[in-house]
Design a protein around this ligand. Structure first.
Ligand code: PLP
Length: 564
C-alpha cells in the first residue's frame, strides 16, 4: 500500500491527463499556455475540493532554458529540475510494452494545496529507473523534445502508462479528462480493459469509453495535432494492442491522428473559447463541440499590492473571484498606487536581467508569448518610422519576452529580428527583451506593464490567457479580436480592439495597431488619467470576475464531468 496516496483514493473519481503542467516555477514540467492552464486547473480543483487526480510526465530535463546571444539570437539549453527536491517518490511501478520491451514507470507525487487547506494529487510519471534500458530511461526527459518516435513513446507512457498507474495505485476513476490530444492512447487502454472484462462488441465498447472521456482541444493550428505513422505505432505498440482494422476508423486511415482518436472516443468535447469551438466545429464536421472559455487562477496571478486591495473590500475574492465584479468600488488613488508598485517591481527586474533602465512615468507596452508565426510578435516593431513619429508625440517604452521552439526556425528568426529593431529604436524609445519567459517572469510582466498587447492571426489564437492575468492587475488589453478577447472586449471600456470584428484583412492590423496607440491609448494615458484608471477598474470588474479558473472548473464539473 502506498501510504502517501491513501488520503486521495476514496475521494477521487476524475483523472485529468496533460502532457505538461505548471505547478510552480521550480518544476519545469511545462512549456507555455497549455501547461499554465493545467496548473491553474489543479489550483482551482484544490480550491473547490473537486475529486480530481492529475497525471503528467516528469519531464526531468524540462522544456527549454532560453538565453539571448549578443547578436539577439536564441540559445537554448536543457532546463533540468530535481523531482526529489519537490515531490515524493511512490513505491509503485507498472510497465508498458514499447517495441517489445517492458518499460517501467514510477510516479512522483506532488500535492497542490489551496490556501484553505484542500489538496489534489499530481502524479509525475518517470521512466528514469534502473530497471529500464538506457534509452528508455530518457523517455520522460525532454518535454516536446526529440523526434516523432520519441513523442510517440512519451504519449504511450502518458496515456497507457497513466491509466495503468491509476489502477495500480487503487484509484477508481469514472471520468477521464484529456487536456489536448497527447493523452488519447488512454482511450485505447480503456477499450482493452472493457474488452478483457467481457466486452459486448466494438460499438458497445466504444460507447462505454465515450461515457467516461472528456476531451478539450486547444489549437486550431494543423501542426498542433499529433499524427503518427501506423508503421511506427505498430512497431512501438505491437500489432495487436488494438487491431488496426478497428483502430483506423477511429483514428484516421493514413496516419494515427491523436485528435481524431480523442474526438471519436470522448462523449464530451469542447474548445477553449466560443470562437475556437466554432472553428473546431468547421475543422471536424460531424462532432458536437461545446465551448468552455478558459480562465486563470486569480490568487496565483494577482500582484500582492492588488491582492491587499481586494482583500480589504472583498475578503473572499480568492476563493470566489466572481466577487471582483465589485472592483469598480475601489478608490482611484489606491488602484493607481497598487499599479505603480507592480510596475516598479517589473522595472527592477528589467534592469536586473537586461540592464535597461525604464521610466516609471512613461507608459510601458508589454508583449510576451510563444515566439511563433501566427502570434505575429514582429507586428508591433514592423514600422520603425511610424513608431518614432508616435513616440515624438506620446513617449512610450516596450518590453517583450518569449521562447521559440528549437525546431521553429521562423520563430527563432523573429527573435533576432525583434532585437535588430530594438537596436534601431534605441536610444529614443526604450525597449527590452527579457530572456527565458516562464511562470515567474509572467507574473511580474502581466502585473507591471501598463498595456498588454496581443496580435494573433485570426482565428488561430484558441483562447489566450495572459491578457486575463493582466486584467486581474488592472493592466489594459489592446488586442486583435480573436480567442477570449472577442468575449471580453468592450471597446474603450475594458480595453481596446485592433480591427473591428475579426473579419477585416489581417494586413490591416499593423496600421490599426499604430492608429489605436496614437489615437486612443496613449492620449488617454497622458491626457485623461481619470478615464484610464476608470478603465482599469472596468477591466478588473468585468474581466477578472468572469475569466477565472474557478468559473471554468464549475462549468467543467456541471457540463462535462456530470452528464445526463
Ligand atoms: C499565461 C502564460 C502563457 C499563455 O499566454 P497566452 O496569452 O496564451 O499567449 C504562456 N506562457 C507563460 C509563461 C504564461 O504564464
Amino acid at each position: 500500500m502506498v501510504v502517501a496516496i491513501l488520503p486521495f483514493l476514496q475521494r477521487t473519481s476524475i483523472a485529468y491527463f496533460s502532457m505538461e503542467i505548471a505547478l510552480r516555477p521550480e518544476i519545469h514540467s511545462y512549456s507555455g499556455g497549455l501547461g499554465i492552464l493545467a496548473g491553474d486547473t489543479a489550483r482551482s480543483c484544490a480550491d473547490l475540493e473537486l475529486p480530481v487526480v492529475f497525471v503528467t510526465l516528469a519531464s526531468r530535463a524540462g522544456y527549454l532554458r532560453q538565453e539571448i546571444a549578443a547578436d539577439g539570437s536564441q540559445v537554448g539549453h536543457d532546463d533540468p529540475w530535481s523531482p526529489a527536491e519537490w515531490a515524493t517518490p511512490l513505491e509503485a511501478m507498472i510497465a508498458v510494452a514499447i517495441e517489445g520491451r517492458s518499460v517501467w514507470i514510477r510516479p512522483w507525487l506532488y500535492v497542490v494545496t489551496c490556501p484553505i487547506g484542500h489538496q489534489v494529487p499530481v502524479l509525475l510519471l518517470d521512466t528514469d529507473l534502473d530497471q529500464n534500458a538506457p534509452e528508455d530511461r530518457k523517455i520522460t526527459d525532454h518535454l516536446y523534445g526529440g523526434d516523432e518516435v520519441y513523442r510517440l513513446m512519451q504519449e504511450v507512457v502518458l496515456g497507457i502508462g497513466g491509466a495503468r498507474m491509476l489502477q495500480a495505485l487503487g484509484f477508481s476513476i469514472g471520468t477521464y479528462h484529456l487536456n489536448e490530444g497527447h493523452a488519447a492512447f488512454l482511450t485505447l487502454e480503456l477499450l482493452r480493459r472493457r474488452r478483457r472484462s467481457g466486452g459486448n462488441g466494438l460499438a458497445h465498447e466504444v460507447d462505454h469509453v465515450r461515457d467516461m472521456c472528456v476531451f478539450t482541444t486547444h489549437t486550431p493550428v494543423e501542426a498542433g495535432h499529433d499524427r503518427f505513422a501506423y508503421e511506427d505505432v505498430q512497431r512501438i505498440l505491437g500489432a495487436d494492442f488494438v487491431p488496426f482494422d478497428e483502430l483506423r476508423p477511429l483514428a484516421g486511415e493514413d496516419r494515427l491522428n491523436m485528435t481524431r482518436l480523442a474526438l471519436n472516443l470522448s462523449g464530451y468535447v469542447n474548445g477553449v473559447a466560443r470562437r475556437h469551438a466554432e472553428t473546431t466545429q468547421r475543422m471536424f464536421p460531424g462532432y458536437r463541440i461545446a465551448a468552455i472559455t478558459n480562465g486563470v487562477h486569480a490568487p496565483t496571478w494577482t500582484h500582492p499590492a492588488f491582492a491587499r486591495l481586494y482583500q480589504d473590500i472583498l475578503p473572499n475574492w480568492g476563493h470566489e473571484p466572481e466577487l471582483l465584479v465589485r472592483a469598480d468600488q475601489l478608490r482611484d488613488e489606491d488602484v493607481w498606487a497598487a499599479h505603480q508598485r507592480a510596475k516598479r517591481d517589473l522595472l527592477e527586474e528589467i534592469l536586473r536581467s537586461t540592464g535597461v533602465a525604464m521610466d516609471p512615468d512613461v507608459p510601458l507596452i508589454g508583449f510576451a508569448r510563444r515566439m511563433t508565426g501566427y502570434k505575429r510578435p514582429d507586428l508591433l516593431l514592423a514600422d520603425v518610422q511610424r513608431l518614432r513619429a508616435i513616440d515624438a508625440r506620446f513617449p512610450f517604452q516596450v518590453v517583450m519576452a518569449g521562447k521559440a521552439h528549437p525546431c521553429d526556425t521562423q520563430g527563432q528568426h523573429m527573435i533576432r529580428d525583434i532585437h535588430d529593431r530594438m537596436r534601431q529604436l534605441s536610444p529614443d524609445i526604450r525597449t527590452a527583451f527579457m530572456p527565458n519567459y516562464d511562470m515567474a517572469l509572467a507574473r511580474t510582466l502581466v502585473a507591471g506593464t501598463d498595456l498588454w498587447l496581443n496580435t494573433p492571426l485570426p482565428p488561430l489564437e484558441a483562447s489566450g490567457t495572459s491578457g486575463m492575468k493582466a486584467a486581474l492587475n488592472g493592466v489594459l488589453n489592446l488586442s486583435v479580436l480573436d480567442g477570449w478577447w472577442i468575449e471580453a472586449c468592450i471597446d474603450g471600456v475594458t480595453g481596446w480592439s485592433i480591427g473591428r470584428d475579426g473579419a477585416e484583412g489581417a494586413e490591416q492590423h499593423g496600421h490599426d495597431l499604430y492608429d489605436r496607440l496614437e489615437g486612443q491609448v496613449l492620449p488617454t494615458y497622458y491626457q485623461d488619467r481619470a478615464r484610464w484608471i476608470g478603465m482599469m477598474k472596468q477591466g478588473i470588474s468585468k474581466i477578472a470576475s468572469y475569466f477565472n479558473s474557478q468559473r471554468m472548473m464549475r462549468r467543467y464539473t456541471t457540463e462535462a464531468y456530470v452528464r445526463p
